[in-house]
Design a binder for this molecule. Structure first.
Ligand code: ZN
Length: 492
């Protein structure tokens, strides 16, 4: 009798399971297969490659590659919150002379609408304990990473009334979380095979991010991909072989006090007169230079964001009133140096850049900017370019502005410096960044600075002042010689 009861109950359980099973390839079937509702948090780790978004060696190449010896992502889907730790080192590219790669240990957090990194404070001695540094601009990307995991995608799809359509024996599942749209592919094996979304970037606008998941296997009771590849802005940013997965670990990411109260620092632009009509515009991490011509103004560098460029534009107009900002010279395509260019296009400035960058900008700027509509997205003005290869001169007949390619630099292939022969001022970015006045010279010369020095010598530029677009102070040729250990050489 007892045995029969057990048998009947067992049969009932099987029938109940069968009744609950979902058509293969649907969101519901994937939710069951991946235990999405049981998994409140997940930790996955592995090794592979990481790539530095926005820092391609030239506009036609992928983002530069780093070898990842340790990667751990711990995600709390309920908060939502995540911590990602990466140990990485730039992969040596034998075709480029670059500073020797240094191991980096990133420790990145997001929790709700807060994001921060744990790192020793800038300028702290080696071994200083890490402190939380707010990363307000990283919230969108780090949140995207949470919903671009298999279980995270399913949870977000269910929470945001996703719609599904049948596709290739599985389904395509679409929803919007906040202002970001997600499109996921569920395959016939009830796996999340791919998640596509779009996040904002000042250069690329609505930037496609596509994460693909393959080689699913059972990691101690949880089905999870063994291989994750993420492509952002057309090139890989992550290629991870997963070696371990833990379901429901404790993932606690209390927001530090200084992060809770953090606000974006005010955008400050400080003007230093370098010569008559030549102004150094500093006040942030990235500087600009304004040069007054007879009936117009030439500005060097529109870095970072629209916010920075709007502040620079306002300061230039205040310093040099009633003249159009006719030209904006862009030193190179790295996104921290090109993120404000669209704002200058809207302002009516002609963009002066290396010839290899023009097709890239034209293509990039044609993309939609719906996530964060900038001024150009509204005005839809067409960009005008003047391109440089070798040497190019802008002049009003009185003050020539020489634009020279920095040849043979490992930093970037379309790399420009600007020289004012009358004032003997050189403007450059990333080739040489002056150290603080009392800092000792580097133990090993930076090859980008050595290359800059060689270019200055080859072109016989008589440089008295270097207005670097990074760094705490103006510099001289003597400073550059000291930095590269060339103190004994000629006056140039
Ligand atoms: Zn750069």
């Amino acid at each position: 009798m007892l045995r029969n009861t057990v048998a009947v109950l067992g049969l009932a359980a099987i029938v109940a399971t069968a009744a609950c099973s979902k058509p293969a390839g649907t969101l519901e079937a994937a939710a069951d297969a991946l235990k999405a509702s049981d998994i409140k948090s997940i930790e996955y780790s592995g090794t592979g490659k990481w790539f530095q978004f926005g820092q391609a060696p030239n506009a036609t190449l992928p983002w530069p590659q780093f070898d990842v010896t340790a990667y751990t992502a711990a995600v709390n889907y309920e908060m939502p919150a995540a911590r990602v730790q990466i140990t990485r080192k730039q992969t040596v590219d034998p075709t480029r002379v670059r500073p020797a790669p240094v191991e980096q240990r990133a420790d990145q957090y997001v929790s709700g609408t807060s994001a921060w990194n744990m790192a020793p404070p800038a300028g702290a001695p080696a071994g200083a304990p890490p402190t939380p540094a707010p990363q307000l601009a990283a919230v969108e990307e780090r949140t995207m990473e949470i919903w671009s995991t298999p279980q995270g995608f399913i949870r977000a799809a269910k929470a945001n009334n996703a719609t599904s359509t049948a596709a290739n024996g599985g389904s395509e599942v679409t929803f919007t979380a906040g202002k970001n749209k997600y499109v996921g592919t569920i395959n016939a094996e009830n796996q999340v095979a791919r998640v596509q979304t779009w996040i904002d970037n000042p250069v690329l606008g609505d930037t496609p991010v596509e994460t693909t998941f393959s080689e699913y296997r059972d990691f101690g009771g949880v089905m999870f991909p063994g291989h994750i590849v993420r492509v952002q802005g057309g090139h890989p940013v992550l290629d991870l072989m997963v070696s371990a997965v833990k379901a429901n670990p404790a993932v606690d990411a209390p927001v530090p006090e200084n992060v809770k109260t953090a606000t974006a620092p005010p955008v400050a632009v400080t003007v230093t007169k370098l010569a008559n009509g030549v102004h150094y515009l500093t006040g942030g991490s990235h500087h600009s230079v304004a040069i007054e011509q007879a009936d117009h103004v030439v500005v060097i560098e529109g870095p970072q964001t629209e916010e920075r460029s709007m502040a620079v534009i306002a300061k230039v107009k205040e310093t040099i009133p009633n003249k159009p900002l006719k030209y904006l010279i862009n030193t190179h395509v790295h996104f921290d140096h090109s993120g404000g260019l669209r704002t200058w296009v809207d302002e009516g400035s002609t963009i002066v850049t290396h010839q290899m960058n023009k097709p890239y900008y034209e293509q990039a700027w044609a993309a939609p900017h719906t996530l964060v509509p900038d001024k150009l997205a509204q005005s839809r003005k067409a960009a005008t370019f003047e391109t440089v290869s070798g040497k190019h001169v802008l002049t009003d007949g009185k003050r020539p502005i020489e634009i020279h390619e920095i040849a043979g630099s490992g930093h970037n292939d379309g790399f420009l410096m600007i020289y004012l022969p009358k004032e003997k001022i050189l403007v450059e970015a990333d080739a040489y960044t002056p150290a603080a006045a009392n800092a000792p010279p580097p133990a090993t010369p930076n090859p980008f600075s050595v290359n800059l020095y060689e270019n200055i010598q080859k072109l016989k530029l008589d440089v008295k002042q270097i207005a670097a677009l990074h760094g705490p102070r103006l510099a001289t040729m003597a400073d550059l010689r000291t930095a590269i250990g060339a103190t004994g050489s000629s006056s140039n």
